[in-house]
Ligand binder design. Sequence first.
Ligand code: MF3
Ligand code: CO
Ligand code: CO
Length: 275
Amino acid sequence: MDQYVSVTPAEATQARDGVIKLHGAEGFEGMRKAGRLAAEILDALVPHVVPGVSTQEIDDIVREMMLRGGGIPATLGYRGYTHSCCTSINHVICHGIPSDKKLRDGDIVNIDVTPIVDGWHGDTSRMFLVGDVPMKAKRLVDVTHECLMLGIEAAKPGNHVGDIGWAIQSHAEKHRYGVVRDFCGHGLGQLFHDAPEIVHVGRPGTGPQLRPGMIFTIEPMINIGKPHGKVLDDGWTAVTRDRSLSAQFEHSIGITEDGCEIFTASPKGFDKPPY
Ligand code: MF3
Ligand code: CO
Ligand code: CO
């Protein structure tokens, strides 16, 4: 049987092995602020994500915007990671490390940001199209965004984590895409990664039941080819084994009495490209 515990903001800082936290109004308010800053940063990046810019330059902009917005980058120093965002280009599934490598015309890139504001983590990512992108890459990006939104529609009290996975998997596989299993969404709040795991495949009615107060991410990674990935020698960069293109979108959400609240919605309506 899955375990749940109602937490105050002070208790939300504690790691509780496998126990699912139910947050109150203050937690939701904290997540709203952190999520808004995260979304504003992705909105503001749009003019910067162009051919010729390096991913390190993007990382510098992200860090500046986080600090200016009253946040700190959750990834800086996280398990030895030394950057303020992840930049995952083309066949990189996730956790691409910013470097002096420049974006090129035709690339697709995921930028994943997590500012901490007053202790709360706003975790979100979007795909960006660099210059003129081939149709088949644009289709992958569109379907991946549809997968995220279908997962979010399934995120309501009484449903189970498996309903989210099923919504995503069935849509992706209808398009003959592969859903990555090696990485998943996660509970978050005052912790960056907490219970439960939100796997992006599943069967309806399976896994932990969703209850009001739960806060977690949904962040499907979808490949044009097979689901399988591997992590490069840098210890972070996850790539598709078959080198097929991979896309991802991520929102941080909270389960409410009648559905869910998206904490990281774009204030500018920049939900999916073109922006
Ligand atoms: N933001 C990522 C997530 O969605 C985590 C990145 S951890 C890092 O969970 F260290 F790679 F940055
Ligand atoms: Co996440
Ligand atoms: Co993220």
